[in-house]
Design a protein around this ligand. Structure first.
Ligand SMILES: C[S@@+](CC[C@H](N)C(=O)[O-])C[C@H]1O[C@@H](n2cnc3c(N)ncnc32)[C@H](O)[C@@H]1O
Length: 320
């Protein structure tokens, strides 16, 4: 009861309810919250501290910046979710906050889009700057093809690297990307390598233009650290997976090279196994395998998740 009362006390103030609403919609830094709320940084920080202590919010340190999001697994998470559901989106104050939040999300997306537009031509040289590409590619290929794949989707395909890697070994593959410059290069590579079963399409990772259960493997190679909302990205990837299908996610393990944010528009400084396991679980996937490829100051991980429906089917089959 004390936990619940502490949660209620922590949110019973207008700014704190606004903060809870905002952090339910996105993971935000103090600076971004100050921008939306129009209040001083010390004031906002005080509210945040109180809400973290009451377990309504989680604080996530990323290099020199801290991000806040609504708690998912604490004793008061249900209370937080209920309060957010009860707060009307069309309330005068809340609707302005959510509009400002949309602007922040748009600005974040524009930074990454502009980066890839500028670097599309040099991407093949740049992508190997921090890690040995060849060994990642070899391990990734083995992982994707560790089970038969008929239909493959590669999200954030860029210059179509994954399609070129496994195109000959699958029945059909499609790559999606929201950068037309990247896609133009991918198309020309696919033409050169005469991969007629592969195609690329312009699409957003959060709104894939495919029906549910369309693919038996989905890959996202070095995409998630650009995603404003990794949870939404993984959920959308899981949606288009067939029962028993696999999501193969390649990204950096957590690191502290904060300058990658400014120099290369990274949104996240890598991910821990716990982060990814949490994302997978929420999307209905179970971690099947984690591989690590050390590359000096950065480690690349290949996380494979399998749709839980198939795992359940496997268990039933075993029991019979
Ligand atoms: C780091 S590159 C990786 C490209 C490729 N997977 C590779 O390994 O070479 C990330 C790619 O994700 C794309 N991307 C970023 N945000 C996206 C979004 N919202 N929807 C689709 N693609 C996106 C970028 O345009 C870029 O081509």
């Amino acid at each position: 009861m004390e936990t619940l009362l502490q949660g209620l006390r922590a949110v019973s103030e207008p700014t704190r309810l606004r903060i809870l609403m905002l952090c339910a919609h996105a993971e935000l830094s103090v600076t971004e919250l100050v921008q939306v709320l129009g209040q001083s940084q010390p004031r906002v920080s005080r509210h945040l501290k109180l809400m973290v202590e009451a377990n309504l919010l989680e604080r996530h340190q990323e290099g020199s910046r801290a991000f806040y999001r609504m708690s998912e697994d604490s004793d008061v998470s249900d209370l937080a979710r209920m309060l957010v559901d009860l707060t009307p989106d069309d309330d005068d104050v809340i609707s302005v906050d959510l509009e400002r939040l949309d602007e922040i999300k748009l600005q974040r997306a524009q930074v990454a889009e502009e980066y890839f537009r500028r670097n599309a031509q040099n991407w093949e040289d740049m992508r190997g700057q921090h890690i040995d590409d060849e060994s990642v590619d070899a391990r990734l290929k083995r992982r994707i093809l560790s089970a038969p794949v008929r239909d493959l989707l590669d999200i954030g395909t860029g210059t179509g690297r994954v399609l070129r890697l496994v195109g000959e070994d699958v029945r059909a593959a499609v790559g999606v990307d929201n950068s037309r410059e990247m896609l133009a290069i991918a198309r020309s590579y696919l033409d050169q390598e005469v991969l007629r079963n592969c195609q690329v399409r312009h699409a957003d990772m959060y709104r894939l233009p495919f029906p549910a259960h369309r693919f038996d493997a989905v890959t996202a190679n070095m995409l998630m650290h650009y995603a404003d909302s990794p949870a939404d990205m993984v959920r959308e990837a899981a949606r288009v997976l067939r029962p028993g299908g696999r999501l193969v996610l390649v990204d950096f393990a957590s690191h502290d090279l904060a300058d990658l944010r400014e120099r290369h528009a990274h949104r996240w400084l890598g991910f821990s196994d716990t982060d990814v396991e949490r994302l997978f679980t929420k999307a209905g996937l179970e971690i099947q395998e984690v591989e690590r490829i050390d590359g000096g100051d950065l480690t690349v991980c290949i996380w494979t998740g399998k749709s839980r429906i198939e795992i359940a089917n496997d268990l039933v089959a075993e029991a019979l």
